[in-house]
Design a protein around this ligand. Structure first.
Ligand code: ADP
Ligand code: MG
Length: 254
């Protein structure tokens, strides 16, 4: 009996495309089949991600959790289309991202993914509003609509009153909310957050987690990457990663 992964690998391009369409119809935004990322270091092979099968549906709020070095960032880079796998298939919103070249990958990334990082990564010299507007400028949205949508997204993260402040005039929590607004403004299919509370104190971190919960209730799909159990348990499902493999995949009971 061939395994599912090997059956997938022998599919024709048409069958692969049909599979993607089926996944999209079924509301599955993220689907990986036997995903691998192997780094070569001298004469050593490091399997940072080794045979990962995950499925995430539209509207889910999932944490990817594991100790340092377990492969979380590598997996996040694959899911976020920042990198391509050594082996295996990855469907993002019905499209086979694992087959894409760099320019196509950049396009799907800009359209489908909103990133939130530990260190906010805001433009220091630009106002909060302008930071949030930037993805819309890249997407070619006309000025009027751009401003309207950026303001609306600032409201969604309760930062309307701080719109014209620059990042250094904002607290850490406020900066992260600007970064979250920037991630959301393009209405991505998934919000992908890597240790979003890592640079914040506990109380501020909890405020950010409360915001994620609200965004989830409003229908956003959220994937949160963290090494902290306390943070992971804010999600509604936790995928535990160890040595590049899925160790457990569980709903969080409340
Ligand atoms: P985590 O984010 O869970 O800490 P990473 O995905 O960063 O884990 O790393 C997983 C493993 O892959 C580690 O052993 C790490 O040293 C290795 N690794 C990550 N990136 C590279 C790279 N660019 N080159 C070589 N090895 C890497
Ligand atoms: Mg990491």
């Amino acid at each position: 009996m061939p395994t599912l992964a090997s059956a997938i690998e022998t599919m024709t391009p048409e069958q692969r495309q049909q599979r993607g369409e089926q996944l999209k119809q079924d509301g599955i935004v993220i689907k990986t089949y036997d995903l691998w990322k192997t780094y070569i270091m001298g004469d050593q092979e490091i399997h940072a991600v080794s045979g990962v099968d995950i499925e995430i549906k539209r509207g889910e709020y999932v944490a990817i959790m594991g100790p340092s070095g377990s492969g979380k960032s590598t997996l996040m880079n694959l899911i976020g289309c920042l990198d391509t796998p050594t082996k295996g298939l990855y469907y993002l919103n019905g499209k086979l991202a694992s087959d894409m070249e760099d320019d196509e990958l950049a396009r799907i990334r800009n359209k489908e993914i909103g990133f939130v990082f530990q260190t906010f990564n805001l433009l220091a010299r630009a106002s909060a509003l302008h930071n949030v507007e930037l993805p819309l400028i890249y997407a070619g949205v006309p000025t009027g609509e751009r401003l309207e949508r950026a303001k609306e997204t600032m409201r969604a993260v309760d930062l309307e009153a701080r719109m014209h402040h620059k990042p250094n005039e904002l607290s850490g929590g406020q900066r992260q909310r600007v970064a979250i607004a920037r991630a959301l403004v393009n209405r991505p299919s998934i919000l992908l957050a890597d240790e979003p509370t890592g640079a914040l104190d506990t109380n501020t971190g909890n405020e950010i987690m409360a915001l994620f919960e609200r965004l989830h209730r409003q229908g956003n799909t959220i994937v949160l990457v963290t090494h902290e159990t306390d943070i992971a348990l804010h999600a509604h499902r936790v995928i535990y990663i160890r040595d590049g493999k899925v160790e457990r995949d569980e709903a969080v009971s409340r």
